[in-house]
Ligand binder design. Sequence first.
Ligand code: AHR
Length: 498
Amino acid sequence: MGVSIHIDGARPGVTINKNIYGHFSEHLGRCIYGGIFVGKDSPIPNVNGMRTDVVEALKKLEVPVLRWPGGCFADEYHWQDGVGPQESRKRMVNTNWGGVVEDNSFGTHEFLELCRQLGCEPYINANVGSGSVREMAEWVEYLNSDGDSSVVKQRWANGQKDAWGVKYLGIGNESWGCGGNMRPEYYADEFRRFSTFCRDYGKNKLYRIACGPSDDDLRWTEVLMKQAGRHFDALTLHSYTIPSGKWKDKGEATVFDEERYYQTLERANRMEKLVTDHCAIIDRVERELAKREGEKVHRVDLIVDEWGCWHEVEKGTNPGFLYQQNTMRDAMVAALTLNIFNRHADRVVMANIAQMVNVLQSVILTEGDDMLLTPTYHVFDLYRRHMDASLLDCAVFADSLPGSVKQVSASASLRDGEITLTAANLHMTDAVDVDITVDGVDVKDVTARAISGDAHDMNTFEDKEKVVIRPLTAIRRTASGFTVTLPACSVAEIRVRG
Ligand code: AHR
């Protein structure tokens, strides 16, 4: 069977929240230190300590939102240790990640300076596991208040006059695991207590984010919704793609056979069901609460603030640094997952790939003063036009690959009178002709660009441009639309103008 895609261009749907294209940066391995932040005195070109090469590359992606400081690190992080003169900042051992010294030279001011340089929204994940209510409340005050208080004066003394107005506040991370091994009943109460004292200051209204489930832990979602659902704006979902499905034997990032390749896609595709199942619970419990209390339904959003491939670390690297290479297989996972998020844009309001630089499925890898863009970076580039665009219904008719995943994954949106279709041919070895029809638009012009290659292709410091975006010219007009030939293992951005 051939592949065909039918786009309904006449009925624009919900807006795809640009925050779906968000990132995550933790104090883990070489993500922050070395990857993003090198300090003002570094010989590596930087602005206020942030690597110029990395910041410039990220600016091209128009990063909308950045989550920090963790991850598991968040529940060990004490924000007061990371403000004030560099020489007097506390040192600690990062017990979660590699047992290395954390000198706290990257703290609140540095993170917000990074967000300023990137032009993105900050998303701060605060400490419930080993922190106090007062500590969290004062961090929010330090970030957002203009009142006459000692905490605010401390911020002024540290060189920041204006409040930053941080909106996105995560209250605990993986509280069912590294964040305190809590039961959902207990975390629900902790969430209510901590969030009560996180105040809104001035015009800034906090968007309170609760720690949601891991993968298919539906019970966590149900209990949390029932016991604290009225107190948060969103809950999170963490789901990683471990190709083998086994934490103890994840498999290498660059060495895999055909069977493992398709198994990887199959595992990544679980995101569709996870999002659907958790949102169904959120909706049902909300309706029940509203009915019982005679109130309006309070909308709770879903944020997938950790996702991506998790492989074995590269040989010879610190196992606690989670440094892995990134191939076209990872690009396929990114393409498939972002299409799922787009199609669920009515419920998924943010997603944060783990992680931005040098950790897990990164968009950038660095080595000393050198830097490369991974295939996953290019997927984010190809999908950029979906940000804040209107979702279009996009039906894909295709056979399944070994397993249940369809050969072609796609999503479509409309922005400024132009349709963007992102389509990935997930077949490892076969190109495919895709017949595309668009309702409601008299198609005048179609252009496309894509990445493609062998599933094992990657960019290395010896060959940084093995995978780059190239124009895709195999486009033919047909009586009903047009046909695009997608090479094997490829991701394309197809722009359609009427
Ligand atoms: O992203 C790496 C780790 O994975 C995060 O610190 C944690 O939240 C998750 O388990």
